[in-house]
Design a protein around this ligand. Structure first.
Ligand code: ADP
Ligand code: MG
Length: 224
């Protein structure tokens, strides 16, 4: 092996390059355009695992870039030409669901037309039902409203391949355990489940035991 002429990059910088991941050139170009120069620690730790198809429990503080960690995983897994529902993200509130949908849209813009729907309470059902009739690749929503759509038959999950539980600690705080359980039970068994959380309360262990399959657990400690 010949010695490299260029000085080695700092190990941290090398470890955190998006280029190390099996992402499409279009996705890498889009990340650069968004100003995402390198992975955050939770992205560097969780993306290789998620992109390899494993279930995942990822814990890192608020603002550490957890959205892009699961968004890049689900977008890479997505088959845009199959126009059916392939990924669903559950969020605690409408505000967070809107933020997640917006981040997925930014990350998805380099890809083919990918249809993302948000389904949250506080908005009327009718337009959501009409949108669901047109179809979507990705649904982002709050558990209560997702259940409403499942119960009335306007949403089916049989083609789902990725289920994300975002801000799982907050969803448990808000009393969504049973709703999440009911939704997970209606997802195909063959799926990838990704759980993201800022903290690790007791309920998370129970949730993951019930609904995740051999999950890898990743924790990025807050820096002191
Ligand atoms: P969390 O869900 O962990 O609270 P977010 O996913 O909301 O954090 O990300 C926080 C902010 O960091 C967002 O504005 C997002 O666009 C930005 N961000 C995420 N990943 C990167 C990255 N690799 N480089 C630069 N900014 C990033
Ligand atoms: Mg978040």
């Amino acid at each position: 092996m010949t010695e490299s002429q260029t000085p080695p990059a700092a190990p941290d910088a090398a470890a955190a390059a998006f280029e190390q991941l099996p992402l499409s050139p279009a996705m890498l170009a889009n990340l650069a355009q968004l100003g995402y120069r390198s992975m955050t620690p939770i992205q560097a730790a969780s993306l290789p695992v998620a992109l390899a198809g494993h279930d995942l429990i990822a814990q890192a503080k608020t603002g550490s870039g957890k959205t892009a960690a699961f968004a890049l995983a689900l977008l890479t897994r997505l088959e845009p030409r199959r126009f059916d529902l392939q990924a669903m993200v559950l969020c605690p509130t409408r505000e967070l669901a809107d933020q997640v949908a917006q981040e997925i849209r930014r990350l998805a813009r380099a890809e083919e037309n990918i249809k993302i729907l948000t389904l949250c309470g506080g908005a009327s059902m009718r337009p959501q039902i009409a949108s669901l009739e047109h179809g979507a690749h990705i649904v982002v929503g709050t558990p209560g409203r997702i259940i409403d759509h499942l119960d009335r038959g306007s949403l089916q999950l049989d083609t789902l391949r990725t289920l994300v539980l975002d801000e799982a600690d907050r969803m448990l705080d808000m009393g969504f355990y049973d709703d999440i359980a009911a939704i997970a039970q209606r997802c195909p068994k063959e799926r990838q489940t990704l759980l993201f959380s800022a903290t690790y309360p007791e309920g998370i262990g129970k949730l993951s035991q019930q609904f995740l399959r051999k999950p890898q657990q990743i924790t990025v400690e807050a820096q002191h």
